[in-house]
Design a protein around this ligand. Sequence first.
Ligand SMILES: [Mg+2]
Length: 186
Amino acid sequence: MKIGLDLDGVVVDIIAPILPHLAEICGRPVTTSDLTCFDLREALSLDEAQAERLGRLVLWGELYSLAPPVDGAIEAIQRLANHEIWFVTARPGKTRPHTIEWLERHGLPSSPLVLTEHGKKVVGEMGFDLFVEDDAGTAVGLAELGVNVLLFDHPWNQCPALPSNCRRVRGWTEIVSICEKEQVSR
Ligand SMILES: [Mg+2]
């Protein structure tokens, strides 16, 4: 199968290194469970100045080097090596060197990396058999374009209804199990 993997929130735990900065910006402790909306400005009710600080943080390349992998992601992706794996992310273009360095450092150097600011339509036309995503809006959009999607469960993607070809998953063990079953059924 050709499998597309979103990076942040699926492969990379980008929230871990952001939390202390969010706490500083908000002037109070912030935990993952506070992030109930994909747009952090909305989730944390940031004012304009706070949102601007968050915007600068997102452009800070080191942040992407500091982030740990999502639990079980590295082992799982290595286990899926018999599939065609692509990394697809909406990270800013200037983070490419940090992203490549991170993938190499974690033993994932050989898959193509697409930094797309072109949106869902382009990704929808890349011929993925399966796409793993943590943004509910993107997940549903891709599903509507006919892509089978796995939505990686997080506090920020708790929308009530998903299309039939978009399924919520709770971690990498479940993703590997689905990929292995798909392969048998093909
Ligand atoms: Mg993501």
